[in-house]
Each structure stands twice: as structure tokens, then as C-alpha cells.
Design a protein around this ligand. Structure first.
Ligand SMILES: [Zn+2]
Length: 108
């Protein structure tokens, strides 16, 4: 008797701030990669399919994105991380030199 099947793997690839198309909130979205691997006797052997989804952090809406779009979102997440790192670099001691009181993100 041969036991075989597909084994799914979900991996969180990035957290990127986007505006949701459903709830219109500007929140972090999770970029997930789902990989299905062919498994024989419960041992994963090779990748059968690969897909990417983006999940809203506010309303949990999930939508599929292409591989190119996923790469673009990862680049965008890296750029947002760079901006966050620059903002952290502006903090001296425990006092923030630069603050943006008009920025609605400070309310969260
Ligand atoms: Zn949403």
C-alpha cells in the first residue's frame, strides 16, 4: 500500500502597510505564501503548486496576488522597514526629536 498526497505549507513572507479595498483601513497586511508539496509516506518530496495571498489586518479579507505582485509587496515592506529604522534613528535617549502630531498613524 502506497500512501501519498499533498501537504500544504503556509509561510508569512512580509508585513506591509496597505489600504484595504474592503474596509478602507490603512493597516498592516500579511503576505502569505502557500506551497503544496507532493508527499509520499508523509515525507514531502517536491513542490506541486505555489500561490500568494494578502490578508487585511483589520477585516481579515484575503485576496490572491500574483508572484510578481508578491515580490513588489516584499520590496515595499522592506522600504517601509527602512523608513521605520530611520525614524528610530531619530530617537535620542527616550525622547523623540522628530514627531508628527498630524500623522493619523500616531493615534494607533
Ligand atoms: Zn480590510
Amino acid at each position: 500500500m502506497v500512501i501519498f498526497g499533498l501537504k500544504p505549507y503556509n509561510t508569512l513572507r512580509a508585513l506591509v502597510a496597505l489600504q484595504c479595498s474592503r474596509c478602507h483601513q490603512h493597516t498592516p497586511h500579511r503576505l502569505w505564501r502557500k506551497v503544496n508539496k507532493f508527499a509520499l509516506f508523509f515525507i514531502p518530496l517536491f513542490v506541486v503548486s505555489r500561490s500568494y495571498t494578502v490578508e487585511c489586518g483589520s477585516c481579515a479579507q484575503v485576496r490572491k496576488v500574483s508572484r510578481d505582485d508578491a515580490q513588489g509587496l516584499r520590496d515595499q515592506a522592506r522600504a517601509q522597514d527602512d523608513v521605520a529604522a530611520q525614524k528610530r534613528a531619530q530617537v535620542t535617549g527616550y525622547r523623540v526629536i522628530s514627531s508628527e502630531p498630524g500623522d493619523p498613524q500616531n493615534l494607533h
